[in-house]
Design a protein around this ligand. Structure first.
Ligand code: SF4
Ligand code: SF4
Length: 148
């Protein structure tokens, strides 16, 4: 997976004072609108193993091609195939095996581009700008692992 380095010796990024985030398990980032959930071949193996199936079965059941690349399937309601919902909460059926794209949200390059971008993401994620404080090193660590 590509890694993006953050050099604090250069001009400090706008988020160097830290950011707040605690997932509220609303499920919005895992569904509700068309999207792509990308993964590496290693991550695919981890997901398949977590479900007790082989790669061929995993691809057949849970993967399709979107924008020319493999992505986790979407259901008819546009939810990720691994999103589970009940009346009040959502959760990921493969949470411990989810790919980096999911693990690093919302600390994606797109969201961290500017305060404006961060707040634009936050307008659909009730977990942003609340809860746990992430310092610049924790943010940079997640950003470096994010494929987006
Ligand atoms: S949109 Fe935000 S609060 Fe909702 S599930 Fe995703 S990360 Fe959690
Ligand atoms: S794999 Fe899990 S965390 Fe990632 S989009 Fe699907 S339900 Fe959400």
């Amino acid at each position: 997976m590509p890694r993006k380095d953050v050099n604090f010796d250069e001009k400090a990024p706008w988020w160097s004072g830290g950011l707040y985030f605690s997932c509220a398990s609303c499920g919005t980032c895992c569904g509700c609108e068309p999207g792509t959930v990308s993964f590496t071949s290693d991550e695919e193996s981890v997901m398949a193993r977590s479900l007790g199936i082989n790669i061929a079965e995993f691809r057949s059941l849970y993967v399709w091609t979107k924008h020319g690349a493999p992505s986790l399937r979407e259901l008819a309601n546009l939810d990720c195939v691994f999103l589970e919902r009940n009346a009040n909460l959502c959760w990921c059926r493969i949470y411990e095996a989810r790919p980096a794209q999911c693990r690093t949200f919302p600390f994606w390059a797109d969201a961290l581009r500017s305060r404006f971008s961060w707040d634009r993401f936050a307008s659909s994620c009730p977990g942003m700008n609340r809860g746990v404080f992430f310092d610049r090193y924790e943010i940079a660590e997640r950003l470096s692992k994010s494929p987006l």
